[in-house]
Design a protein around this ligand. Structure first.
Ligand code: SAM
Length: 194
């Protein structure tokens, strides 16, 4: 077997953490690939919250969910900036989220000017750490090839590097010799407190 692609490795990693019945978040639903992936992992007793600022993305995701999932009730989609994710979670679910996935950049085959930006991405990542349960995982797939992408990726990397190592494990999965700005993953595990 060769190396897993960044997106396949991200799914593999999330699969190690998420169990049926878990609460999870797709912070950038886009075309809904990660939303469906998460919904299949958590099953009928779980819940997936999804966020995007584009109506088109939510419509695509709803369609993909209808085609792929037996039960749409577990998917809760919000047309909303992910920096405000805490405002839609019931208070008793804050600190109980098992996984939060971010896939930054722009919606493929759409307006490339509508993209994630560090001003909202960094607050959203902080919010994600707040809502995660101990032992939970945050994944961020980063792209630096589009305008603003390099600045955003660097900002996320700096943010991840300064996280308290007593509280978080942080890894980076990245091709070092590939040209044309390949995507890479930063993942954060919130350690279980003792
Ligand atoms: N994970 C998606 C999939 O599986 O198809 C791809 C996500 S796409 C690369 C990034 C998405 O982030 C776009 O749909 C874009 O509209 C959305 N986005 C940009 N800024 C956002 C924000 N502040 N809050 C939530 N979503 C945002």
């Amino acid at each position: 077997m060769g190396f897993l692609s960044v997106l396949s490795f991200t799914h593999w990693l999330v699969r190690q953490f998420v169990r049926p019945g878990d609460l999870v978040i797709d912070a950038t639903v886009g075309n809904g690939v990660d939303t469906v992936f998460l919904a299949q992992l958590v099953g009928a007793k779980g819940k997936v919250y999804g966020f995007d600022i584009q109506r088109e993305a939510l419509e695509q995701t709803r369609k993909r969910c209808m085609e792929s999932l037996p039960d749409l009730k577990i998917v809760h989609l919000h047309l909303m900036d992910h920096a405000r994710m805490k405002s839609v979670l019931p208070p008793d679910e804050i600190g109980r989220i098992r996984a939060v996935m971010f896939n930054l950049g722009y919606l493929p085959h759409s307006d490339e000017r509508i993209t994630t930006r560090p001003e909202t991405t960094l607050p959203a990542l902080e919010a994600a750490l707040d809502v995660l349960q101990d032992g939970g995982i945050l994944t961020v797939v980063l792209y630096s090839g589009h305008p603003g992408g390099r600045e955003e990726s660097e900002a996320v990397r700096r943010w991840a590097e300064q996280l308290d190592e007593g509280r978080y494990r942080v890894l980076c999965y990245r091709y070092l010799n590939r040209r044309n700005d390949p995507p890479y993953l930063i993942a954060v595990e919130k350690k279980t407190s003792v």
